[in-house]
Design a protein around this ligand. Structure first.
Ligand SMILES: [Zn+2]
Ligand SMILES: [Zn+2]
Length: 83
């Protein structure tokens, strides 16, 4: 009995999965990523964010580079894309 409960608590794999999930969540919430290249947006860089011009329900982020190159973006909700 004692052995089995001990083995249950000692499961490194489930602990790892949990940590990974937490990390992913924090990244998604706190660090926006560029709509085009998927690079993380850093607070200091000259990235822009704006709501989708068509549906207004999604926030589109563009990093400094993609903005400079005039790369297109695409709304994940309505599929609208523009320069
Ligand atoms: Zn980008
Ligand atoms: Zn949209």
């Amino acid at each position: 009995m004692v052995k089995s409960s001990c083995a249950k608590a000692y499961n490194p794999q489930s602990e790892f999965d949990f940590r990974l999930l937490m990390l992913t969540e924090v990244r998604t919430v706190r660090m926006p990523s560029c709509n085009w290249c998927g690079r993380m947006i850093l607070p200091r860089e000259g990235a822009v964010k704006f709501p989708c011009p068509q549906c207004g329900e999604t926030t589109i982020w563009r990093c400094e580079k993609c903005r400079g190159f005039g790369r297109p973006y695409k709304c994940q909700k309505c599929g609208f894309s523009g320069p």
